[in-house]
Design a binder for this molecule. Structure first.
Ligand SMILES: [Zn+2]
Length: 156
């Protein structure tokens, strides 16, 4: 940036043409990335709606443990999650699919999908769910999905 002297004698910085050009390029690239992400979400939500399920259950962001991508900032991941939810909700409405939002305190990950036992603790690093009660072993996300399916069934 250029240092310029004002009439009052103080120094100020001024953006050069090159800086302005680079700033525009950054903005353009960010917009392009956002479009790519949104298009990708559109593909997924459309393909899900096309399977014509009876209902779709989603849980709120705080409980779902979806923030796993270390290459994306937390705020971008939150935006993407909300965009995913927004698209899923209206595409469900278009296709007469019931859209259910699980209670934010529903313990989808901590609950054993086989016996219903609820674990006291489950860290995010535990990718395999092992039930303390019935010794059932299942992939963590699959277990949570089955619980959410049953949750939807119980209130659908
Ligand atoms: Zn169990």
């Amino acid at each position: 940036m250029n240092k310029i002297q004002t009439e009052g004698g103080e120094y100020r910085y001024r953006k050069t043409k090159n800086i302005i050009k680079l700033e525009l390029l950054v903005l353009k690239t960010l917009r392009r990335l956002k479009n790519i992400r949104h298009n990708y979400i559109h593909q997924i939500t459309t393909s899900l709606a096309r399977t014509k399920p009876e209902y779709v259950v989603m849980e709120s962001l705080n409980t779902c443990g979806m923030l796993k991508n270390r290459k994306l900032s937390k705020s971008i991941q939150e935006q993407l999650f909300h965009e995913f939810k927004r698209q899923m909700e209206y595409k469900c409405a278009w296709n007469n699919i019931k859209f259910i939002l699980a209670d934010r305190f529903y313990p989808s990950s901590k609950t054993c999908s086989k016996c219903g036992h609820i674990k006291d603790n489950l860290s995010l690093s535990e990718r395999i769910f092992i039930c303390d009660e019935c010794s059932y072993i299942i992939d963590r996300d699959l277990n949570a999905s089955i619980n959410l399916k049953n949750y939807g069934k119980s209130i659908a």
